[in-house]
Ligand binder design. Sequence first.
Ligand code: NAP
Length: 338
Amino acid sequence: MRRINAVLSGLGNIGSRFVGVLDRKRDVLQQKYGVDVRLVAAADVSGGAINPDGLDLAQIASLKGQGIAGIGQAGLGILEILQSVNADIFFEATPVNLQTGEPGLSAIRAALKRGMHVVTPNKGPLALAYGELRALARENGVQLRHSGAVFGGLPTVNIGQRDLAGSTILKIEAQANLANSYILWNMGKGMAYKDAVRAAQEQGCCAPDETLDVEGWDAIIKLVILANSVLEIDARIDDVKREGITHLTPEAVAAVKAEGKVLKYVASAVRRDDGSYELSVGPRALEPNHLLVPLGELQMGVAYTSDLYGIIMATIREEEPTPSASSLMRDMLSIYAP
Ligand SMILES: NC(=O)c1ccc[n+]([C@@H]2O[C@H](COP(=O)([O-])OP(=O)(O)OC[C@H]3O[C@@H](n4cnc5c(N)ncnc54)[C@H](OP(=O)(O)O)[C@@H]3O)[C@@H](O)[C@H]2O)c1
């Protein structure tokens, strides 16, 4: 049995569910994969808790919203924990910050420098500093895994990195943003833009401030991470042609329908003859037989076209965050039981 000492930052939707998954799957992890995972430290905004023998997973999983300081030390921050604890792997699950990447970025840097593998669903540090973090991981002989950052539970990155081995990716097309998908679907039924945004917010697939979704930034960030990790190009946010959906009217949507086409919000990377990729996000009028058309309004999906494997498509309907939270375990197992 291989013992794995883990540290976790962030005990929100993802972090607390992930700890619950580790608890529920303890026997599977031990018997099938030969790993005994101990959570030796965890932190949230309130503070941190350390136990070299392993914290009680069921207790930590139930702390969401209560603050870990209640069972640990108030004000004990993740950077202090990462400097003082001996651990093999760091799970980073704090909120996304697209301006600074913090608090995730500094914590990920610190963990990599201390020789820990890092698993994160947090898009901020990846979108802002992918190249630096990948180089830091290589220098320290550890892995940086982030399958949950691109379409949550859908193994988008894994398919591109692992299952298309040896091929050249010619095209990636994805329904990458649930809010925009749901808004366009409702507008297709005649709803006005503002009402459709409200409906998406009520449904829970759109943040109270919809700007990042409807202006295309969320889709851009996912595409940039995908381009960096799967296409292995040094893509940046500015490299992506961006079109939001704020200008769309029900009449424009109806006109697309009248032409027999379907309006979808699409993120795409298309390989040019010179080997570079054209990256774009925006609403697209698709032919009815397009691969993304059958996807439901609350589904995410990706289609890879490569020179060896034809077209491979994967989709997910994620109604609550357990699949995204489980991606942290998937990434851990791809490191320890590849
Ligand atoms: N939810 C999803 O379905 C989903 C899917 C894919 C990716 N993600 C990504 O996963 C990450 C976590 O998402 P989430 O939904 O779990 O967010 P969340 O519910 O807001 O939880 C974030 C957690 O991080 C804690 N935190 C904030 N600042 C911190 C700091 N400086 N040090 C330590 N902990 C800190 C928060 O503590 P308090 O609660 O005390 O503020 C909370 O426990 C985000 O980057 C998100 O984009 C989420």
